[in-house]
Design a protein around this ligand. Structure first.
Ligand code: ADP
Ligand code: MG
Length: 245
C-alpha cells in the first residue's frame, strides 16, 4: 500500500451521541459497529441511512458528539488518511477517465502509480471481471460493469471500513447476487468492517451478520440479522419489510 491508512482488517466504528441536522431534518445517532462484521442498515426512505454513512465517512461533521473509528475521532484525520472507503448508489466514476484510471484513483488521487499500485489495479480488475476492459470509458460499460469499477476502486483502496450506500439498487437480482458474493468474498479475506445500506431484505440476509434499523433520523433497533428476520425486530421493521422495503 502506498499510504499508511491501508490494510483492510476491520476496526470498530462508533457514533458516540452524535447529533446532526440538515435544516429541519434532525438526526441523533448512538451506535457501535463491531470490528470486522458486516452490518446491514435498513429503514424507510429519509430515515437517515445515507446521512449516517456520510458522518462515518467524515463528509459531514457532527453538530455534537463524536464519530470514532478504531477509537480515533474521524474529524481530526485529514480526508486522504481517513480509514474508510465508500460505494454510492449512483456510481461516482469520472466520465472522461478509463476504467483503469477510475480504479487507479482509489490508489492515488494524482494517478501517480508505482509498480505495486499497478499490480493491485490489475488484480482488482481481474477479481471484478473487468480484465480486458481497462481502456473503456464508463459510458462504454453496462450499469453492472460500472458498479464493478466502483467496487474495484474500493478494493485497491483497501481501507478497514467499507461503506456501501445501496450500491446495487439499480441492478437486477442475478447481478446483485454476483456483487454481494464479491463483497462477501472480500470480507472473508480482509475482514473489513462493512456498513451496508440496503432496501432489500434478501440482500441483508445474504451477507450481513447484524442489522441496524433506522427511523426518523435515529437508531430504532439493533440486533443480529437472524433475529430480525426471525421476527424479533420491532413491529415497524416487520411492517417495513412487509411493504417490500
Ligand atoms: P435515507 O438515505 O435513509 O433515504 P437521507 O439520510 O438521505 O435518508 O436523508 C434524511 C433526511 O435528510 C431527508 O429528509 C433528506 O431530505 C434530508 N437530507 C439529506 N441530505 C440532505 C442535504 N444534503 N441537504 C439537505 N437535506 C438533506
Ligand atoms: Mg440514502
Amino acid at each position: 500500500m502506498s499510504d499508511e491508512a491501508g490494510g483492510g482488517k476491520g476496526v470498530s466504528v462508533r457514533l458516540d451521541k452524535v447529533s446532526f441536522s440538515y435544516g429541519e431534518a434532525l438526526f441523533a445517532f448512538d451506535a457501535e459497529f463491531t470490528a470486522g462484521q458486516i452490518t446491514a442498515i435498513m429503514g424507510p426512505s429519509g430515515s437517515g441511512k445515507s446521512t449516517l454513512l456520510n458522518l462515518v465517512a467524515g463528509f459531514e461533521p457532527p453538530r455534537s458528539g463524536r464519530v470514532l473509528i478504531g477509537g480515533a475521532d474521524v474529524s481530526t484525520a485529514p480526508p486522504a488518511t481517513r480509514p474508510v472507503s465508500m460505494v454510492f448508489q449512483e456510481n461516482n466514476l469520472f466520465a472522461h477517465l478509463s476504467v483503469e484510471q477510475n480504479v487507479g484513483l482509489g490508489r492515488s488521487p494524482s494517478l501517480r502509480l508505482a509498480e505495486a499500485d499497478r499490480a493491485a489495479i490489475t488484480d482488482a480488475l481481474a477479481r471484478t471481471g473487468l480484465a480486458g476492459k481497462e481502456k473503456r470509458l464508463p459510458r462504454e460499460l453496462s450499469g453492472g460493469e460500472r458498479q464493478r469499477v466502483a467496487l474495484a476502486r474500493v478494493l485497491v483502496r483497501d481501507r478497514p471500513v467499507l461503506l456501501l450506500d445501496e450500491p446495487f439498487a439499480s441492478l437486477g437480482p442475478a447481478l446483485r447476487d454476483d456483487m454481494l458474493d464479491l463483497v462477501a468474498g472480500l470480507h472473508a479475506e480482509r475482514g473489513m468492517t462493512v456498513l451496508f445500506v440496503t432496501h432489500q431484505p434478501q440482500d441483508a440476509r445474504r451477507i450481513a451478520r447484524r442489522l441496524v434499523f433506522l427511523e426518523n433520523g435515529a437508531v430504532a433497533a439493533i440486533g443480529t440479522a437472524d433475529d430480525f428476520f426471525a421476527g424479533a425486530g420491532p413491529e415497524a421493521f416487520r411492517r417495513y419489510i412487509g411493504a417490500g422495503g
